[in-house]
Design a binder for this molecule. Sequence first.
Ligand SMILES: [Zn+2]
Length: 229
Amino acid sequence: MNAVKYEGDIKDTVDAYNALNKNSQSGNYWDKTDAGIPEVKKHIKDHYKKVQEHTCVYCQQKIVVEHAMAWDIEHIIPKTPYPQFLFTEENLAVSCKDCNLIKFDKNVLKNPKRKRFPKKSEDYIISHPHYDEYDEHIHIIADKLYRPKDAKGEKTIEVCGLLRFAYKYTDYGETNEDIEITKQIVKLGKELISASNATETAFIIDCLKDLKDFREKKSRDIYLKSLLK
Ligand SMILES: [Zn+2]
């Protein structure tokens, strides 16, 4: 992924922050409404929304919304405990609101005492948006189920709360739920054909069973309700 670049006034603002002494740098600086900060943030957000094609770096869900409020600038190493990396180009990305909120200040570093910016994949315990290939660590099944391929994948799923998508299978309270369930069953069927190993196959079959049970229970509920009318 191409990192953001700073030029002109934007660069001056960032340089001014980086020149501050350690005690004056703080995560709160990010919330300033003057000193050129809002412009820097807009520049960062516009850049990453574009290069990421409106896709969250952690859950990979695509959010095709231009409105700035739909997106959060994500500090991969969190900004409150590590204000020195507030504007570090490769510490930034955009994420969905949910991933950003759940990830919050959680540690992502192999060595949390690092002073200088860690620039290698192996310095991080999660899949890094700049230094890792997402697909090498996590396989997303039917847009909702996150299967870790290794320790980094496992940690990313934990830190960003990616299991929240799986819970949606059992939480269809919205309209058009039958259509949604049918769509999911079709998708899972396709995934089943291309499953790469026995664990994955068993996992997909379990999901299909859950959906089938849910649909049957729902049909039963509708039937019972119709009798009461
Ligand atoms: Zn996300």
